[in-house]
Design a protein around this ligand. Sequence first.
Ligand SMILES: [Zn+2]
Length: 272
Amino acid sequence: MCKPRLIPSSVLRHIKPRPAAPSPRFTPLSTTPAPASTTQIRPLASWWSSKMPPSDVAKHLQADHDHIFENNRKWAAEQKVKNPAFFDKLSSGQEPDYLWIGCSDSRVPAEQITGLGPGECFIHRNIANMVPNTDLNVMSVVNYAVNHLHVKHIIVCGHYGCGGVKAALTPQDLGILNPWLRNIRDVYRLYETELDAIEDAEKRCDRVVELNVHEQCRNIIKTAAVQQSYAQNQYPIVHGWVFDMKDGLLKDLNIDFVKVLGQIQKIYNLTG
Ligand SMILES: [Zn+2]
């Protein structure tokens, strides 16, 4: 039997050779259009052409900038009409029940796909929704959300077709991204037997997305903040979800928080 390839050709197609400039970045990995937005923001840079004179480029950039501010003024006025006390409440402080840790991918807008509004969700996003123990940024977010905002739910949300996961499955030097992607490669190594048995490259990548969410949930449960708060308050609960941009639906991976916590605490118990 031929051993499944770790790096599918569909992934390799999406990875550009390392350019001299600008710095390496993920290429768009899907032609699927972004979910319909309630705002009227134009797709940025849709006007760009390498043949355009510099003065036209500057004009378009200014128009893009101005358009955002037009949207903002419109949004602020709409909120006041709907609820005259909206901004008084917003400026009085935040008490979100949810912490969302999601991918930076522009097609996964946390608040729009969950129907949550301003003040309801504390949000952290990075490439491939990671929670590395050594990343002070995400660790500070978790700590602040649990110990100061007293969130009741922590959600790690991945998404199928994740460019970060696809890049991690590619044997290529991606510069500063290497240490970040290494965390995803480590997830693959943990589940190597299961993943190698999946013949279809896209399905294998999707499974890495799900397993990565599982592992990032575990990383959150390993933190002292979560363990100590749960021991005292019975919250927060940690959830693992995956967004499918082909139909706009969230999939609950049904992570058994209490069971995982018990498993984790055999080695990582920080409640003492
Ligand atoms: Zn992603």
